[in-house]
Write a protein that binds this ligand. Structure first.
Ligand code: SF4
Length: 530
């Protein structure tokens, strides 16, 4: 086991730029690209061009031009190449490459969603064949109930309109938050479901699909938003909507039968509304890929628990999020991506590669991160030598599901799909009580040999807020350095990027009594940046 407080100094001097402050300007984009030495700069630039090729390909899709003029959120996509730079600050060698492999695929997946949205949208491409094959799945739902429908396509309309848009442009959500509040919604609700509700109120979601399934994913705000969206779907657009009600006390044995029955009902609803038949062969193939994902994620976590973590940061979370939740074993491409990343992870680990000049603290990141400051975890590493070993959203399931097609496993499969849904990202920790939210944090600290916790305090997330005192008290007892960082998820007007970094700066200076590794990025002038 690593010594938790042992400082590690990178013996290999980073090629290219030694300090990063010179890259930032007060404008929308950076002053220039980061110099990483010839080889890595060329590699990074080629990936930058690749992102443009994905965007050009998307723009050639049916309905794109109409969509560009119809939907306000489309304009955010011009800033995708800039978004990629937020994931790679200070990175070289394997870390740079695995970030690009993972994020390029996430970008491709989102581009495909945009393409499908505009092609099938009744107002743009109006491809009725595609629309009839589509099942709308709400953004925060695990697509497990689609694992046995290979001929249907699950579509998360909110991903390009709300979630990904806010990764790309920090101001993407504010118009819709204002729309929801003008409609009468309270201002203290979580801005994620509030934005989604605002988009629906303004009728800015694409209209397509044979049916829709919504999941009571997370919280009161999410339920409120879904209710409103479902009304519009059903009453205005005639798209029948099923409410999958995953239990809140999801660790209790007595709720599992109910959860499995609800899963059966959701599948029956999809069969009835689309005419498609559940395919067990496809389901068990997907189950094998879900298990592969689980094994790979656990192996990456094992490596991150050593003194030389490799696959970390927002990319770790987003890649797992897309693979585990959005994909749910349906895609045959993800295993290939996993294999590429695994090779780089092993390579980096064997040569003891480090991502910053020095590692001073090993940190577990808990809570829900603000999308508009997606580069925070890399910044912590480069500015203060604090390594983000893992985050709450990446700590999903640990056990594997049944993957052989037998009569018993066909029954078990409903329990497994319910298990996946109950344990999906965010919900598995924000629901289920103090054990899931607080106790599992200390388990993660133990597992990852962490001496520090950065707690994202999303101020509208009541589940997390309610346990503030317990986190404080227990961290003190365990001798864990606990940094609170408040934010408002996708509304930078409440807590700007620098206001967020300042909370971390203040803790490091006053409590830890440390000086930054790179003082040129302690304050970054990126308030106007995308
Ligand atoms: S961040 Fe919290 S409040 Fe927002 S959707 Fe998730 S659980 Fe709900």
């Amino acid at each position: 086991m690593a010594n938790k407080c042992e400082k590690l100094v990178n013996e290999k001097k980073r090629a290219g730029e030694q300090t990063l402050g010179a890259l930032y300007s007060e404008g929308k984009v950076r002053r220039r690209r980061e110099w990483r030495g010839f080889k890595d700069t060329m590699y990074d630039f080629s990936r930058w061009l690749y992102i443009w090729s994905i965007m050009i390909d998307t723009s050639m899709g049916k309905g794109f031009v109409k969509g560009l003029f119809r939907y306000r959120w489309m304009v955010n996509y011009l800033a995708v190449p800039h978004m990629m730079d937020k994931f790679t600050i200070g990175l070289r060698d394997e870390a740079l490459r695995m970030t690009h492999v993972a994020m390029n695929y996430v970008a491709k997946d989102i581009a495909l969603t945009v393409k499908r949205c505009l092609r099938g949208d009744r107002r743009c491409g109006n491809d009725t064949k595609l629309s009839d094959q589509t099942v709308l799945v709400d953004e925060n739902s695990m697509a497990a109930f689609m694992m046995g429908f290979p001929t249907l396509k699950p579509l998360q309309r909110e991903v390009p309109t709300m979630f990904a848009a806010n990764l790309i442009n920090q101001y993407s959500a504010i118009h819709y938050i204002d729309v929801a509040q003008q409609f009468g919604m309270p201002g203290d609700v979580c801005p994620m479901p509030e934005t989604e509700a605002g988009i629906s109120i303004e009728d800015d979601l694409v209209v397509m699909g044979r049916c829709a399934v919504q999941v009571n994913t997370t919280c009161d705000g999410s339920l409120m938003g879904n209710g409103l969206i479902a009304k519009r779907l059903e009453r205005e657009y005639g798209i029948p909507t099923f409410q999958l009600v995953a239990p809140m006390r999801h660790r209790m044995e007595d709720v599992q039968k109910y959860a499995a029955e609800d899963m059966k009902a959701a599948i029956a609803f999809i069969e009835e509304t689309t005419g498609a038949k559940w395919d067990w062969k496809a389901y068990f193939e997907a189950a094998k890929r879900v298990n592969l994902t689980t094994r790979n994620r656990l192996e990456w976590l094992d490596i991150n628990a050593t003194p030389y973590p490799q696959f970390v940061g927002a990319v770790f979370c987003l890649y797992n999020d897309t693979n585990y939740m959005g994909n749910s074993g349906r895609s045959t491409v993800f295993p290939k991506m996993d294999a590429k990343i695994m090779k780089l992870v092993h390579q980096g680990y064997e040569r003891k590669a480090m991502m910053a000049p020095e590692y001073r603290h090993r940190c577990v990141v808990w809570g829900v991160q603000p999308q508009y400051v997606i580069d925070m975890l890399y910044w912590m590493m480069q500015c203060w030598g604090v390594v983000p070993l893992t985050d709450m959203l990446s700590m999903v399931i640990k056990k594997e599901i049944a993957e052989e097609d037998t009569p018993e496993n066909r029954e078990q499969a409903y329990y497994d799909m319910a298990y996946l849904t109950e344990n999906m990202i965010m919900r598995n920790h924000t629901h289920g009580g103090v054990e899931t939210m607080v106790d599992e944090l200390w388990e993660a600290c133990e597992q990852m040999n962490a001496d520090m916790v950065m707690l994202w305090e999303h101020m509208a997330c009541k589940a997390l807020e309610g346990m503030h005192g317990q986190f404080e008290e227990q961290a003190r007892k365990r001798g864990i350095n606990l940094v609170w960082v408040s934010h408002d998820l996708c509304d930078p007007r409440v807590a700007s990027r620098q206001a967020i970094r300042d909370q971390f700066n203040q803790y490091m200076r006053t409590v830890m009594r440390e000086e930054p590794l790179d003082p040129t990025i302690e304050v970054i002038t990126d308030n106007n940046a995308w």
